[in-house]
Design a protein around this ligand. Structure first.
Ligand SMILES: [Zn+2]
Ligand SMILES: [Zn+2]
Length: 380
């Protein structure tokens, strides 16, 4: 019901949804006290004054001040209209281009930057980041509808902190508009105002890179979560999945017991005096992915959900080591070999499968219906 209300708010009469701004917190993972500003073109305004050269905004106590080509503050907030574009940068900060309005203030002794940007501009930025390796315009369109739907579901994520979404993967990765892809922009425009709906409400449009031949039912990846449209589907003809065009569709990783012991201790799966001597799959999801694993030590078997295993290994050994939970385990003398397919959690749309479908002539609505069972696209 909440989601429906969001949509109604978004679709209110006379307001074209795409022009409606979303408020994004920028550099949300960085603890910053100052940021450099550099106009990318004309029309950058601080209040009613043109900003024509480089400047810097610095936090001082509970206030912010602008120095450089223009001076302002110290005051509680400084508002900049980015006009044709404004580059932000700083020590330890990636240089990024933004449009729309930027509001600078101080929160918890950090500089807080909130960017109000039209929804469709934001979607183009998100799709650029998410669809980087893909190439077909229909894939980009499917990604744009998924990202737009995901966005409206998240609009209340940070409402208590005064904005809608942060720019990290906590909400949805957003790196500004510096390298915005023309295809992402075209896809956002072509699908403007279009959402993925299940029984009239926006769907939870999870996606991942490569399913490996079969997507997974949500509840096997996140117990206690279930959506009737996030169920396992076969991704194309048997033996020839749509996502088989993905680079590194298959992977193999050898994990020595010494390494498994170290990782398992760090993750808290086994005690400091325990030694890992084996690993097996003890439960499978609907797709054939591992749902639960057992680690053998000298005195017991420890159960770990495959999702915890995937994240635990990924955080400590890198995300390339165990790329999915879709693997077989082959045991050696002092190691296990994980023989796997796919990349990512496997729930919802398979991005490389979408690309494979698009290259076979499917349109973005067919692609979305394939991965999100029983859903439909709808316009405002
Ligand atoms: Zn967030
Ligand atoms: Zn796939």
């Amino acid at each position: 019901m909440k989601s429906l209300l969001l949509l109604l708010v978004l679709f209110q009469a006379g307001a074209y949804a795409g022009e409606r701004p979303v408020d994004i917190r920028l550099y949300s993972l960085h603890k910053i006290s100052s940021v450099n500003l550099e106009p990318a073109g004309a029309g950058v305004l601080a209040g009613d004054r043109q900003l024509k050269g480089p400047a810097r905004i610095t936090s001082r106590g509970q206030t912010v001040a602008l120095e450089g080509a223009l001076k302002a503050g110290p005051s509680k907030t400084i508002k900049i209209s980015a006009g044709e574009g404004l580059w932000l940068s700083g020590p330890g900060l990636p240089r990024r281009l933004y449009t729309g309005e930027l509001l600078f203030s101080v929160a918890k002794n950090r500089l807080k930057i909130i960017n109000s940007v039209p929804l469709e501009t934001y979607i183009a930025g998100v799709v650029t980041g998410e669809a980087g390796d893909l190439s077909h315009i229909e894939t980009y369109k499917a990604q744009a509808v998924a990202a737009r739907t995901y966005t409206v579901k998240l609009l209340k994520n940070h409402i208590g902190e005064g904005y809608n979404l942060c720019d990290s993967t906590h909400c949805q990765l957003y790196s500004g508009l510096g390298a915005i892809s023309p295809k992402a922009r075209a896809a956002a425009d072509a699908t403007s105002g279009e959402f993925l709906l299940y029984k009239g409400q926006p769907a939870s449009t999870f996606y991942h890179s490569v399913c490996g031949g079969r997507t997974e039912t949500m509840t096997y990846v996140w117990p206690y979560e279930h959506k009737p449209y996030l169920i396992s589907v076969r991704d194309g003809p048997p033996g020839n999945p749509y996502c088989s065009i993905a680079p590194r569709f298959k992977w193999k990783t050898k994990i020595y017991y010494s390494g498994l012991t170290r990782l398992s201790r760090q993750a808290g799966w086994i005690l400091p005096d325990e030694v890992s001597r084996g690993l097996r799959i003890s439960a499978w999801g609907a797709s054939g992915r591992a749902a639960e694993l057992e680690i053998y030590t000298q005195r017991r078997r420890v159960r770990v959900s495959a999702t915890d295993f995937f994240h635990g290994i990924g955080r400590r050994a890198g995300w390339q080591a165990v790329r999915s939970s879709f693997f077989k385990i082959l045991s050696g003398k002092d190691y296990v070999m994980l023989d796997g397919v796919g990349n990512g959690h496997g729930v919802g749309m398979c991005q490389w499968g979408a690309e494979g479908m698009a290259r076979k002539g499917f349109k973005y609505r067919d692609i979305l219906k394939h991965y999100y069972t029983g859903t439909e696209t709808g316009h405002d």
